[in-house]
Design a protein around this ligand. Structure first.
Ligand SMILES: Nc1nc2c(ncn2[C@@H]2O[C@H](COP(=O)(O)OP(=O)(O)OP(=O)(O)O)[C@@H](O)[C@H]2O)c(=O)[nH]1
Ligand SMILES: [Mg+2]
Length: 267
């Protein structure tokens, strides 16, 4: 049994930075972890790349030879990955041990986890190879300061959740940039009534019914809650990792220390 995190979220939400911080954290904890680059457009890495889509296909070549732009080129590369799950990916995965822990740093094109089947098929392949996989969805806390942004963030995360059908952890990234914690706290584990009244205040009256339906949806999928991540704090990284480990049953035999501490304790 292997373990895997699929790190997804909009462009610039902090996925690669999270991966490198996680790597360093695990290094300190003397815990083995391997970061995989799935972004054909990535150029600089702050972590050792254990496996790399760029060894399968080169984005510049694709753009040049097929006359595609950066986004079309990226989608082509990802589809090429999808076509090579059985050979390239299988061979690459054979380099790892049975109980290895892999973290996949994905590109940020939102269509990859909203309606294009590439990542879903990728995940299915990992599952067939006996991996326990968790979707880790990063959302930038800078975009979480009012209710309309919160709802749109939830919808994007929800579409990834539905598309991938994975255990799913939502992370609010870049908490170090949040000066007024109160602004964001309202949205970490929000009260539906609070959200609805905020939303109604923001929107014209004819949206009242839609607002109600949206909030019911967000509330109904009680998994739409966010764990704050402040990369300056080891404890914050540790807490996020423990949530994810819990989802994929990592270390169940090895007695992991999750317990219930407050991630904001050390303020
Ligand atoms: N202050 C702060 N900046 C961050 C943090 N995480 C990421 N950033 C910055 O946000 C920008 C984007 O970060 P990346 O980690 O490259 O984001 P990404 O999600 O991998 O982006 P794509 O791969 O392009 O989708 C960079 O300038 C990072 O330095 C954080 O926790 N705090
Ligand atoms: Mg990245």
């Amino acid at each position: 049994m292997g373990y895997a995190q699929l790190v997804i979220g909009p462009a610039g939400s902090g996925k690669s930075t999270y991966c490198s911080s996680l790597y360093r954290h695990c290094e300190t904890m003397q815990r083995s972890i391997h970061i995989v680059n799935l972004d054909p457009a990535a150029e600089n890495f702050d972590y050792p790349v254990a496996m790399d889509i760029r060894e399968l296909i080169n984005l510049d070549d694709v753009m040049e030879e097929l006359g595609l732009g950066p986004n079309g080129g990226l989608m082509y590369c990802m589809e090429h990955l999808e076509d090579n799950l059985d050979d390239w990916l299988t061979e690459e995965l054979d380099n790892f041990l049975d109980d290895d822990y892999l973290v996949f740093d994905c590109p940020g094109q939102i269509e990859l986890f909203s309606h294009v089947p590439v990542l879903r098929n990728f995940v299915e392949h990992l599952k067939r190879k006996n991996f326990n996989v968790c979707g880790v969805y990063l959302l930038d806390s800078q975009f979480m300061t009012d209710v309309t942004k919160f709802i749109s963030g939830c919808m994007a995360s929800l579409s990834a959740m539905i598309q991938l059908e994975l255990p799913h952890v939502n992370i609010l990234s870049k908490m170090d940039l949040v000066t007024n914690k109160k602004d964001v706290e309202d949205f970490l584990n929000p009260e539906p009534q609070f959200l609805l009244s905020e939303l109604n205040q923001r929107m014209a009256p004819q949206f009242a019914e839609l607002n109600k339906a949206l909030i019911e949806l967000v509330d109904g999928f009680s998994m739409v809650s966010f764990v704050p991540l402040d990369l300056r704090k080891e404890r914050s990284i540790q807490y996020v990792l423990a949530q994810i480990d819990n989802c994929i049953q990592y270390g169940e035999d090895a007695e992991v220390k999750i317990k219930d501490f407050d991630p904001e304790d050390d303020d």
